[in-house]
Design a protein around this ligand. Structure first.
Ligand code: IFM
Length: 464
């Protein structure tokens, strides 16, 4: 008799994620202030299809229906973010009670359906009023974030115990402050965006201090950077070492690395190679700054979508594996590398030694409603199945993975790509706001119901 494959822990958190600007809409309602994304979307040519998140999925008004769908899928956890300018229209100072009430109701609705809320404080919709004061370049920006964190924590922490400070530092700084593609659309010099990165890391640390000191129930806190994952082409020790070494190296003057964003937070210091590569552009910092940034965290939260295959070259040095023509990619052009959910968690846990939560993973697909009224998305099912089997392999090999949040619970506003990229388990008709659970949502429901055992079946057949 075959042994049953080892399953995820009984308390494994099967979840899905969204973010405020991408789904809420209600951009000009109930006293919300402007965010940098509201303003960015006004710029001609900033958004691929010319749309904005002003209405998005209208979740601000339809959250009950959405939470009911989450319950139908059987989600155990739901990760969402708070819109800073909805809560503090000018970013600091005056509180908007109606904004806070929305999140209050959302949390109650989730808890009423036994779905554990995971709150992200910042997923990119920065208050425009603060941007006008210099935004993340301003020396006070970390204190502004701490003030905002305190307002949210005081309101929600009697029920919420899971917090993430900031989502994908690399993306909103790289795309928004270095390359000008995302809000606020800046193309800063290396010196300036590195100053932004330091201020953001300080903001993270100060928010952790605020959560620890103000939370009404015991808090678990994380921070959700992008995982820039390297996977070895074979299981040879040389290829594995090549992947590990490149995953934790900084060789280029850009945001696309792990350690500049993680070592300060988890190890209390900037990486030596990064200090050398960025050289004179590195901002001035003190020991006190590093102590603030490296507040102890409970979970290693990480967003992983893909990876890059690496091998040990003939001279022993790591090199990229040349991909064959026609390598598989999603509708966003992102490569499909399921092993990233094995090697990513494994390498990160080796280095940072915390339980792992996969806080985003998923794919953009070409999904529409078929004549039968259903949304058939076999590619997404295949993608998720392959990735989750790799995650399970990591668990089997002893990596302490506690949860997985699919991105995204529903189709939404994909930033500069507007509504052209559908990442959801739930199809949203953006004209009528009709929601339809996709085939992948039903499949995921079965994975959740069986705590992962359904991953081992393909079209009714065992794939063991
Ligand atoms: O939609 C984004 C999300 O806001 C951050 N992580 C990647 C997703 C897909 O691009």
């Amino acid at each position: 008799m075959q042994n049953e494959p080892m399953s995820f822990g009984d308390d494994f958190l099967w979840g899905a994620a969204t973010s405020s600007y991408q789904i809420e809409g209600g951009a000009y309602e109930d006293g919300k202030g402007l965010s940098v994304w509201d303003v960015m979307c006004e710029r001609p040519d900033a958004i691929l299809d010319g749309n904005s998140g002003a209405v998005a999925c209208d979740h601000y008004h339809r959250y009950k229906e959405d939470v009911a769908l989450m319950s139908q899928v059987g989600l155990k956890a739901y990760r969402f973010s708070i819109s800073w300018p909805r809560v503090l229209p000018e970013g600091i100072g005056r509180i908007n009670p109606k904004g806070l009430e929305f999140y209050d109701r959302l949390v109650d609705e989730l808890m009423g359906r036994n779905i554990r809320p995971f709150v992200t404080l910042f997923h990119w919709d920065y208050p425009y009023a603060l941007y006008q004061k210099g935004g993340w370049l301003n020396g006070d920006s970390s204190n502004w974030f701490a003030e905002y964190a305190r307002v949210v924590v005081e309101t929600l922490s009697d029920r919420v115990s899971d917090w993430m400070t900031i989502n994908e530092t690399q993306s909103f700084i790289g795309l928004g402050h270095q390359r000008g593609l995302h809000a606020p659309g800046l193309k800063l010099s290396h010196k300036e965006w590195l100053q932004v990165s330091h201020n953001v890391l300080l903001a993270h640390g100060k928010a952790v201090q605020v959560i620890r000191s103000h939370a009404k129930c015991p808090a678990r806190i994380g921070y959700a950077p992008v995982g820039v994952v390297k996977v070895p082409v074979t299981d040879s020790p040389a290829d594995i070492e090549a992947a590990r070494a490149t995953m934790f190296a900084i060789t280029e003057k850009n945001c696309e690395n792990n350690t500049w964003w993680m070592d300060p937070v988890f190890l209390g210091k900037y990486p030596e190679d990064g200090l050398a590569v960025f050289g004179k552009d590195v901002p001035q910092f003190t020991d006190e700054d590093m102590r603030t940034i490296s507040q102890p965290l409970d979970d290693f939260c990480i967003n992983i979508y893909n990876g890059r295959e690496v091998r040990a070259g003939a001279d022993g040095k790591a090199e990229k594996w040349p991909r064959p023509p026609g390598y598989w990619r999603t509708n966003f052009g992102w490569s499909v590398v399921p092993q990233s959910l094995y090697w990513g968690p494994k390498f990160f846990q080796e280095r940072y030694k915390l339980p792992v939560l996969i806080t985003e993973n998923g794919m953009a697909n070409v999904d529409w409603k078929s004549l039968d009224g259903q949304v058939h998305d076999p590619q997404r099912i295949d993608f998720l199945q392959r990735y989750l089997l790799e995650l399970q392999r990591a668990v089997q090999d002893g990596v302490d993975v506690r949860g997985y949040f699919q991105w995204s619970f529903m189709d939404n506003f994909e930033w500069a790509d507007g509504f052209t990229r559908r990442f959801g388990l739930t199809h949203v008709d953006f004209e009528t706001q009709e929601r339809t659970l996709k085939d992948s949502a039903r499949w995921y429901a079965e994975v959740i119901r069986t705590n992962g055992r359904a991953l081992h079946e393909a079209q009714g057949q065992s794939i063991e």
